[in-house]
Design a binder for this molecule. Structure first.
Ligand code: PHE
Length: 424
């Protein structure tokens, strides 16, 4: 009921103007795909954990976090787009579904953890296509040391070992980010030599991980070297910051973001005397290429033809079972006129993600894609018309035209009544 509080796992969250988490999304919370040992997401988690075997492995942190954990503690500015209601799922003004595993960094540093991996489901409002789903999985890796306890010397020793192993491997690393640059500098608080050792340790650790995941599998005949490239990035709680891409089947695939943790975040955790690095990677994107899984919805399928194909510890190639026929429907409508026009200050701002959310709410996993195919502005009235093409297809069975029509009619009714559009 729209006025009753949301109750999740026995805890009650009063609704307010922020509440936008739908039942369809909340139903995903108990699934925990990353804990299934023979699911591709679980298999990939174990493989990455084995690369960081001395780290603590945390896999059961609740997806419900405070807005402070997800954003404020990490230094996200008040106007950062990720905070928008159109991009994130809120239970209310104070609580939300985490949008990334970085939401746990500060609390875990505060608990005194120095080396850890967090694997978890994360939630973001997004478009609908074969590689986007509002729930996906990330792994966060953090490594901080106390320089007063010989931590930097330890990183240096490990750097020498990792450098030797990478030097002997069939890998080509393009790294124009090198040491600090004018656009991606070390932190003012850091001694440059210490900052360099930490950044090198981060890079060596992740180049080694990429080699473990993709080495000999990146397409071609395996004799070709694996190609990795490092790119400058920005995250509010790391400096310098980077992204890593891997060449796979002839395309650059972005797999993770990382950097040297800002002292402000460590200060917030009460461990300002420590220094170190953090990374966060998305599991679905990597699993889709490693296991050749063509549609992100398959991860959520309970069809035995999917789940029986995978075994704990093995990266194997998915063999698609018969694809069921698709069914296209077009929907054209006038967007609501700009708010404020004709005193209509009740008119909501149109946002595409709200529309996508409504479609997911009605169609669930039966919708494979929703694409904008036409847009024009009426020359006299200035009103904007959009036409979206819906592609319906079940992963598990044939859909009848009648059942798709029922869904499509519900979508049409709800966009009209809830989003103020006028169907053409
Ligand atoms: N949380 C970031 C993301 O989701 C990735 C990241 C993790 C970046 C840790 C830096 C450090 O994109």
């Amino acid at each position: 009921k729209p006025t009753e509080p949301l109750v999740i796992d026995g805890t009650s969250y009063p609704r307010d103007a922020f509440t936008n988490a739908t039942p369809t999304i909340l139903d995903k919370l108990p699934r925990r795909l990353h804990l299934q040992p023979s699911h591709p997401i679980g298999i990939l988690r174990s493989l990455i954990e084995s690369h960081f075997s001395s780290f603590a492995h945390l896999n059961s942190l609740s997806p419900i976090v405070t807005v402070a954990q997800n954003f404020d503690d990490l230094g996200f500015p008040a106007d950062h787009p990720g905070r928008a209601l159109t991009d994130s799922y809120y239970l209310n003004e104070r609580h939300m579904l985490r949008t990334h595993t970085s939401a746990h960094e500060v609390e875990l540093f505060r608990q005194g953890l120095d080396q850890f991996l967090v694997t978890a489901d994360v939630y973001r409002r997004d478009e609908i296509d074969r590689s986007h789903y509002p729930v996906f999985h990330q792994m966060e890796g953090c490594n901080v040391v106390d320089p007063a306890q010989g931590g930097i010397e330890r990183l240096e020793r490990e750097n020498a070992e990792m450098r030797a192993a990478l030097g002997a491997a069939n890998i080509v690393i393009e790294d124009p980010t090198g040491v600090e640059t004018a656009t991606n500098p070390y932190q003012a608080e850091h001694d440059p030599r210490t900052a360099r050792i930490i950044a090198e340790h981060l890079k060596n650790s992740l180049n080694g991980l990429v080699l473990k995941l993709f080495g000999g599998r990146a397409g071609g005949d395996g004799a070709e070297p694996l190609r990795v490239r490092w790119i400058e990035a920005t995250f509010p709680w790391t400096a310098p910051s980077y992204e890593v891409e891997v060449m796979f089947n002839g395309k650059w695939l972005e797999i993770l973001g990382c950097g040297v943790v800002r002292q402000a975040a460590l200060d917030k955790s009460g461990v300002g005397h420590k220094q170190g690095w953090a990374f966060g990677l998305g599991l679905e994107r990597i699993a889709m290429v490693l296991f050749s899984i063509p549609d992100i919805r398959l991860f959520w399928s309970s069809d035995a033809r999917f789940s029986n194909q995978f075994r704990q510890g093995d990266i194997t190639t998915f063999k698609p079972y018969s694809r069921f026929p698709e069914c296209y429907k077009d929907l054209a409508f006038w967007l609501p006129e700009a708010s404020g026009a004709q005193g209509g200050d009740k008119v909501q701002q149109w946002h595409e993600n709200d529309f996508m959310e409504l479609v997911r709410d009605e169609a669930g996993d039966l919708v494979e894609g929703v694409q904008l195919i036409d847009e024009f502005t009426h020359p006299k009235t200035g009103r904007v018309s959009r036409c979206y093409r819906f592609n319906y297809r079940s992963m598990d069975r044939s859909l009848s035209n009648e059942e798709v029509n029922v869904i499509q009619e519900r979508v049409q009714e709800r966009v009209t009544s809830e989003m103020g559009v006028e169907v053409r």
